[in-house]
Design a protein around this ligand. Structure first.
Ligand SMILES: CC(=O)[C@@H](O)[C@H](O)COP(=O)(O)O
Ligand SMILES: NCC(=O)COP(=O)(O)O
Length: 239
Protein backbone atom coordinates (compact mmCIF):
# COMPACT_ATOMS: atom_id res chain seq x y z
CA UNK A 1 0.00 0.00 0.00
CA UNK A 2 1.22 3.49 -0.83
CA UNK A 3 0.64 6.06 1.91
CA UNK A 4 -0.66 9.54 1.20
CA UNK A 5 1.08 12.31 3.12
CA UNK A 6 -0.63 15.66 2.66
CA UNK A 7 1.75 18.61 2.34
CA UNK A 8 0.07 21.55 4.09
CA UNK A 9 2.52 24.31 3.04
CA UNK A 10 -0.16 25.99 0.93
CA UNK A 11 -2.54 26.23 3.91
CA UNK A 12 0.17 28.17 5.72
CA UNK A 13 0.67 30.38 2.64
CA UNK A 14 -2.99 31.36 2.75
CA UNK A 15 -2.95 31.90 6.51
CA UNK A 16 0.16 34.09 6.35
CA UNK A 17 -1.30 36.28 3.62
CA UNK A 18 -3.52 38.03 6.20
CA UNK A 19 -1.42 37.62 9.32
CA UNK A 20 -4.16 35.95 11.39
CA UNK A 21 -4.99 32.28 11.94
CA UNK A 22 -7.41 31.63 9.11
CA UNK A 23 -7.23 28.92 7.84
CA UNK A 24 -6.12 27.19 11.02
CA UNK A 25 -3.14 25.00 10.06
CA UNK A 26 -3.54 22.66 13.03
CA UNK A 27 -7.23 22.11 12.32
CA UNK A 28 -6.51 21.40 8.66
CA UNK A 29 -3.79 18.87 9.58
CA UNK A 30 -6.15 17.09 11.96
CA UNK A 31 -8.92 17.13 9.36
CA UNK A 32 -6.57 15.65 6.74
CA UNK A 33 -5.91 12.79 9.17
CA UNK A 34 -9.64 12.42 9.90
CA UNK A 35 -10.36 12.26 6.17
CA UNK A 36 -7.90 9.40 5.68
CA UNK A 37 -4.46 10.90 5.02
CA UNK A 38 -1.78 8.64 6.44
CA UNK A 39 0.72 11.42 7.00
CA UNK A 40 1.34 15.15 7.16
CA UNK A 41 4.26 16.81 5.37
CA UNK A 42 5.67 20.28 5.94
CA UNK A 43 8.60 22.00 4.29
CA UNK A 44 9.70 24.93 6.46
CA UNK A 45 11.90 27.31 4.52
CA UNK A 46 14.37 29.78 6.07
CA UNK A 47 12.16 32.78 5.22
CA UNK A 48 9.14 31.05 6.86
CA UNK A 49 7.02 32.21 3.93
CA UNK A 50 4.59 29.40 4.61
CA UNK A 51 5.34 26.91 7.38
CA UNK A 52 6.79 28.73 10.41
CA UNK A 53 9.25 26.99 12.67
CA UNK A 54 6.71 27.32 15.52
CA UNK A 55 4.13 25.46 13.37
CA UNK A 56 6.36 22.40 13.48
CA UNK A 57 6.38 22.39 17.30
CA UNK A 58 2.60 22.89 17.37
CA UNK A 59 1.91 20.16 14.80
CA UNK A 60 4.18 17.65 16.47
CA UNK A 61 2.06 17.82 19.64
CA UNK A 62 -1.18 16.82 17.91
CA UNK A 63 -0.46 14.71 14.84
CA UNK A 64 -1.23 10.99 15.12
CA UNK A 65 -0.18 9.87 11.65
CA UNK A 66 3.30 9.99 10.14
CA UNK A 67 4.93 13.41 10.44
CA UNK A 68 7.38 14.18 7.62
CA UNK A 69 9.53 17.31 7.78
CA UNK A 70 11.22 18.29 4.53
CA UNK A 71 13.96 20.82 4.19
CA UNK A 72 17.52 21.89 3.70
CA UNK A 73 19.82 20.26 6.23
CA UNK A 74 22.69 22.64 5.46
CA UNK A 75 20.68 25.18 7.52
CA UNK A 76 21.67 24.67 11.21
CA UNK A 77 18.26 25.98 12.28
CA UNK A 78 16.54 23.28 10.26
CA UNK A 79 18.67 20.53 11.82
CA UNK A 80 17.88 21.86 15.30
CA UNK A 81 14.17 22.02 14.49
CA UNK A 82 14.08 18.41 13.32
CA UNK A 83 16.13 17.09 16.23
CA UNK A 84 13.92 18.96 18.71
CA UNK A 85 10.75 17.54 17.20
CA UNK A 86 11.78 14.02 16.22
CA UNK A 87 9.31 13.42 13.39
CA UNK A 88 8.79 9.92 11.98
CA UNK A 89 10.71 11.01 8.89
CA UNK A 90 12.94 13.82 7.72
CA UNK A 91 13.32 14.37 3.98
CA UNK A 92 16.52 16.16 3.02
CA UNK A 93 16.09 18.49 0.05
CA UNK A 94 19.02 20.42 -1.48
CA UNK A 95 17.26 23.76 -1.80
CA UNK A 96 19.24 26.75 -2.98
CA UNK A 97 18.56 30.15 -1.44
CA UNK A 98 15.62 32.03 -2.92
CA UNK A 99 14.13 29.09 -4.80
CA UNK A 100 10.39 29.37 -5.50
CA UNK A 101 10.03 25.66 -4.89
CA UNK A 102 12.22 22.57 -4.86
CA UNK A 103 13.63 21.99 -8.32
CA UNK A 104 16.32 19.29 -8.13
CA UNK A 105 17.46 16.27 -6.20
CA UNK A 106 20.76 15.68 -4.41
CA UNK A 107 23.92 14.99 -6.31
CA UNK A 108 24.53 11.93 -4.17
CA UNK A 109 27.94 11.32 -5.73
CA UNK A 110 29.36 14.78 -5.05
CA UNK A 111 27.77 15.15 -1.60
CA UNK A 112 28.17 11.57 -0.43
CA UNK A 113 30.37 12.36 2.60
CA UNK A 114 28.18 15.25 3.76
CA UNK A 115 25.05 13.12 3.39
CA UNK A 116 26.54 10.21 5.34
CA UNK A 117 27.30 12.48 8.28
CA UNK A 118 23.99 14.29 8.44
CA UNK A 119 21.93 11.15 7.86
CA UNK A 120 23.67 9.42 10.75
CA UNK A 121 22.92 12.37 12.99
CA UNK A 122 19.19 12.09 12.34
CA UNK A 123 19.18 8.30 12.52
CA UNK A 124 20.98 8.41 15.88
CA UNK A 125 18.03 10.48 17.10
CA UNK A 126 15.63 7.74 15.96
CA UNK A 127 14.41 9.60 12.87
CA UNK A 128 13.96 7.82 9.54
CA UNK A 129 15.74 9.64 6.72
CA UNK A 130 14.72 10.06 3.11
CA UNK A 131 16.70 12.05 0.56
CA UNK A 132 15.28 13.82 -2.48
CA UNK A 133 16.79 12.52 -5.73
CA UNK A 134 16.21 12.79 -9.46
CA UNK A 135 15.26 9.55 -11.23
CA UNK A 136 18.79 8.70 -12.30
CA UNK A 137 20.08 5.22 -11.53
CA UNK A 138 23.62 6.45 -10.68
CA UNK A 139 22.18 8.89 -8.14
CA UNK A 140 20.09 6.12 -6.59
CA UNK A 141 23.13 3.85 -6.39
CA UNK A 142 25.19 6.53 -4.67
CA UNK A 143 22.25 7.29 -2.36
CA UNK A 144 22.47 3.73 -1.08
CA UNK A 145 26.06 4.33 0.07
CA UNK A 146 25.01 7.28 2.25
CA UNK A 147 23.08 5.03 4.64
CA UNK A 148 19.73 6.72 3.95
CA UNK A 149 16.64 4.66 4.74
CA UNK A 150 14.65 5.93 1.78
CA UNK A 151 14.83 8.11 -1.27
CA UNK A 152 12.11 10.44 -2.52
CA UNK A 153 11.98 10.60 -6.31
CA UNK A 154 11.48 14.15 -7.58
CA UNK A 155 8.45 13.79 -9.86
CA UNK A 156 8.31 17.17 -11.61
CA UNK A 157 9.70 15.72 -14.86
CA UNK A 158 7.14 12.93 -14.78
CA UNK A 159 4.30 15.36 -14.13
CA UNK A 160 5.31 17.72 -16.93
CA UNK A 161 5.80 14.86 -19.43
CA UNK A 162 2.72 12.87 -18.48
CA UNK A 163 0.24 14.44 -20.88
CA UNK A 164 2.67 14.38 -23.77
CA UNK A 165 3.90 10.78 -23.49
CA UNK A 166 3.24 9.01 -20.22
CA UNK A 167 5.20 5.84 -21.11
CA UNK A 168 8.29 7.91 -21.79
CA UNK A 169 7.72 10.11 -18.75
CA UNK A 170 7.56 7.21 -16.33
CA UNK A 171 10.41 5.09 -17.73
CA UNK A 172 13.27 6.64 -15.68
CA UNK A 173 11.17 6.36 -12.51
CA UNK A 174 10.60 2.64 -13.07
CA UNK A 175 14.35 2.11 -13.54
CA UNK A 176 15.18 4.21 -10.47
CA UNK A 177 12.60 2.29 -8.41
CA UNK A 178 14.02 -1.06 -9.52
CA UNK A 179 17.51 0.09 -8.54
CA UNK A 180 16.25 1.28 -5.15
CA UNK A 181 14.58 -2.06 -4.50
CA UNK A 182 17.72 -3.98 -5.44
CA UNK A 183 19.77 -1.83 -3.04
CA UNK A 184 17.28 -2.14 -0.17
CA UNK A 185 16.18 1.51 -0.21
CA UNK A 186 12.61 2.45 0.66
CA UNK A 187 10.86 4.55 -1.99
CA UNK A 188 8.86 7.77 -1.68
CA UNK A 189 7.90 10.24 -4.41
CA UNK A 190 6.57 13.74 -4.75
CA UNK A 191 6.27 17.07 -6.51
CA UNK A 192 3.47 18.07 -8.87
CA UNK A 193 1.63 14.77 -8.49
CA UNK A 194 -2.08 15.34 -9.09
CA UNK A 195 -5.41 13.63 -9.72
CA UNK A 196 -4.58 13.05 -13.39
CA UNK A 197 -1.06 11.63 -13.12
CA UNK A 198 -1.07 9.86 -9.74
CA UNK A 199 -2.77 6.56 -10.58
CA UNK A 200 -0.51 5.75 -13.52
CA UNK A 201 2.53 6.53 -11.39
CA UNK A 202 1.37 4.34 -8.49
CA UNK A 203 0.44 1.51 -10.85
CA UNK A 204 3.77 1.46 -12.63
CA UNK A 205 6.44 2.34 -10.09
CA UNK A 206 7.25 -0.75 -8.02
CA UNK A 207 7.63 -0.58 -4.25
CA UNK A 208 6.20 2.93 -3.80
CA UNK A 209 5.79 3.39 -0.04
CA UNK A 210 4.63 6.99 0.17
CA UNK A 211 3.71 10.05 -1.85
CA UNK A 212 3.62 13.58 -0.46
CA UNK A 213 1.26 15.89 -2.28
CA UNK A 214 0.44 19.53 -1.59
CA UNK A 215 0.01 22.07 -4.34
CA UNK A 216 -2.47 20.20 -6.54
CA UNK A 217 -4.33 18.59 -3.65
CA UNK A 218 -4.99 21.88 -1.88
CA UNK A 219 -6.00 23.46 -5.21
CA UNK A 220 -8.44 20.60 -5.89
CA UNK A 221 -9.91 21.07 -2.42
CA UNK A 222 -11.12 24.55 -3.46
CA UNK A 223 -13.53 22.84 -5.84
CA UNK A 224 -14.18 19.46 -4.23
CA UNK A 225 -13.71 20.17 -0.53
CA UNK A 226 -10.90 18.65 1.52
CA UNK A 227 -12.66 15.43 2.49
CA UNK A 228 -13.70 14.48 -1.03
CA UNK A 229 -10.32 15.51 -2.42
CA UNK A 230 -8.38 13.30 -0.02
CA UNK A 231 -10.77 10.46 -0.85
CA UNK A 232 -10.08 10.94 -4.56
CA UNK A 233 -6.30 10.85 -4.06
CA UNK A 234 -6.58 7.73 -1.89
CA UNK A 235 -8.67 6.08 -4.59
CA UNK A 236 -5.91 6.74 -7.14
CA UNK A 237 -3.40 5.06 -4.82
CA UNK A 238 -5.59 2.07 -4.00
CA UNK A 239 -6.43 1.14 -7.57
C1 LIG B 1 10.29 18.60 -1.85
C2 LIG B 1 9.16 18.97 -2.68
O1 LIG B 1 9.10 18.65 -3.84
C3 LIG B 1 8.03 19.75 -2.13
O2 LIG B 1 7.97 19.73 -0.78
C4 LIG B 1 8.11 21.16 -2.46
O3 LIG B 1 9.39 21.55 -2.12
C5 LIG B 1 7.09 21.96 -1.77
O4 LIG B 1 7.63 23.15 -1.31
P1 LIG B 1 6.87 24.52 -1.57
O5 LIG B 1 5.48 24.34 -1.02
O6 LIG B 1 7.65 25.53 -0.84
O7 LIG B 1 6.82 24.72 -3.06
N1 LIG C 1 7.65 16.18 -1.37
C1 LIG C 1 6.71 16.72 -2.26
C2 LIG C 1 5.66 17.44 -1.53
O1 LIG C 1 5.63 17.45 -0.32
C3 LIG C 1 4.60 18.15 -2.24
O2 LIG C 1 4.97 18.68 -3.46
P1 LIG C 1 3.78 19.42 -4.29
O3 LIG C 1 2.64 18.44 -4.39
O4 LIG C 1 3.38 20.63 -3.51
O5 LIG C 1 4.39 19.72 -5.61
Amino acid sequence: MTKLSVNINKIATLRNSRGGNNPDLIKVALDCERFGAQGITVHPRPDERHIRYQDVYDLKKVIHTEFNIEGNSTEPRFVELVLNNKPAQVTLVPDAEGQITSNHGWNTIKHQEYLKEIIEKFQDAGIRVSIFVDPIVEMVEAAATTGTDRIELYTEAYASGYHHNKEMAIAPYVEAAKAAKKLGLGLNAGHDLDLDNLKYFAQNVPGLLEVSIGHALISDALYLGLEKTIGEYLERLNF
